[in-house]
Design a binder for this molecule. Sequence first.
Ligand SMILES: NC(=O)C1=CN([C@@H]2O[C@H](COP(=O)(O)OP(=O)(O)OC[C@H]3O[C@@H](n4cnc5c(N)ncnc54)[C@H](OP(=O)(O)O)[C@@H]3O)[C@@H](O)[C@H]2O)C=CC1
Ligand SMILES: O=C1O[C@H](COP(=O)(O)O)[C@@H](O)[C@H](O)[C@H]1O
Length: 515
Amino acid sequence: MPRERSMSGTIPSMETAHDDLKDNTIIIVFGASGDLAKKKTLPALFGLFRQNFLPKDTKIVGYARTKMDKADFDKRATGYIKNPDDNPEISNAIDAFKQTLSYVAGGYEDGESFIKLNEHLEEIESRYQSKECNRIFYLALPPSVFIPVSQNIKEHCYVTKGGVNRIIIEKPFGKDLDSARHLLGSVKQWWTEDETFRIDHYLGKEMVKNLLVLRFANIALGAAWDKNHISNVQITFKEPFGTEGRGGYFDEFGIIRDVLQNHLLQVLTILTMERPVSFAAEDIRDEKVKVLRSIPPIEKEDTLLGQYVSANGKPGYLDDDTVPPNSICPTFAATTLWIHNPRWEGVPFILKAGKALNEAKVEVRIQFKDVTQGIFKDIARNELVIRIQPSEAVYMKLNTKTPGLYTRAIPTEMDLTYKRRFTEAKIPEAYESLILDALRGDHSNFVRHDELDYAWKIFTPILHWVDGQNGPRPKPAPYPYGSRGPKELEEYIRKRGYRRADDAYFWPVTNMASL
Ligand SMILES: NC(=O)C1=CN([C@@H]2O[C@H](COP(=O)(O)OP(=O)(O)OC[C@H]3O[C@@H](n4cnc5c(N)ncnc54)[C@H](OP(=O)(O)O)[C@@H]3O)[C@@H](O)[C@H]2O)C=CC1
Ligand SMILES: O=C1O[C@H](COP(=O)(O)O)[C@@H](O)[C@H](O)[C@H]1O
């Protein structure tokens, strides 16, 4: 008898062992006047609310220095919720969502403001039936105020009469190894690891979460997942817009801290770690840490830096008013990591990220080794591409015989494009998925303190070189706004083993020698 469809594909260890959703919960969003809160955090909370994923009677409190009344805050909190066709179901849900919102204005450094916030929280909680109350504190704030805010929350807003307290912290967690240790160490004085959820929102993206299933639930892929079969791997982040007003923040951090050291490194660890004993948070994070420990610090010789310049009427990085004049902050970087373990020794992992490029795309491209020559000549390499965004997809480049009376192989694609295969599925926003995990107390998709320590060890020497701490600052290569990056990039990836299928020397007219 065929197996029930609903019985197949369960992943028990992904579904258990969480401290489940608690009723009587307040989510407090610090920095509620800011960019992240309005574009991501509050819309994600709305998404969870609308799909009934928030615990019963959840209330959301915005907090920031900016003075706002409830109407202003409601407007800001719902301004980025998408409802292009004025769907009445969504409009009604927005109205109901507004009933959960309130706002308190106050500072980040003074205890008085937090006492006032606590009074507001207690007033809400006095309306709950049960005595147990739970508070989730979400810091959508610049890191400069993480320390006083986590201290003030602990001293003035932490519930002690039963219930849970959790704190969610946004990246960047520091600027280098020492500053990260200082930041993490300070927060740890007040918050236990169990209460702390460090967000890297790439861990909430559907295709990043899919990596574990793709790798470990497919024996065919798992069998080829090593240095014997894989030639090189590229993890690429491309954005088609520049810093545009965020230059003040960006110039202090640069593209390596903004994207490579966190988002792309997280993808790399999940792609390369050994199979965890279970999908429990600590089992996954133990494996991630092991792979990070096998990666030596990046060499400057392995790094290519770029900065976008004006082209086709689009402004260059230095034309952004929020960027200091003559800045040599990189807006593009390509770098190569090596993993010294038996599975990956000798395989280059190229991480590249850039602003103001020719397209929006984040993908993992795994290029396999050449097939043995003999019966074939100059056959294109297999590639497995996992497109994280936009339009989630997994496709494999395979060689197949050209149909007809030809004696040629042609590279083609076995394509799993999500919007074609899963027509009904709604892919959750990364922040929806992560906030839900935090509400459930599931740390699997959050960054553990030791992961961060190792991540900073890998990147700190190169960051100090870029910052000019040990000598003159390197000058990034210019690239035009809207291009593929610096012109040196093509040679950079070729030198690290990448071969294009259309390379002339690689793909001649006849390639099936013995057919
Ligand atoms: N924006 C994004 O897309 C992403 C952001 N992040 C991270 O999220 C956090 C918040 O980012 P974002 O919302 O863009 O930042 P904002 O610059 O918008 O800051 C958020 C709020 O914090 C307050 N604030 C700003 N600067 C300071 C300061 N120097 N001292 C004290 N308070 C300040 C402001 O509120 P007020 O003055 O009203 O108190 C502001 O509205 C950061 O850590 C960022 O790296 C992570 C991923 C993506
Ligand atoms: O953390 C950040 O991520 C965004 C890109 O996020 P995405 O989900 O749109 O891919 C990036 O624009 C920003 O500079 C960086 O701080």
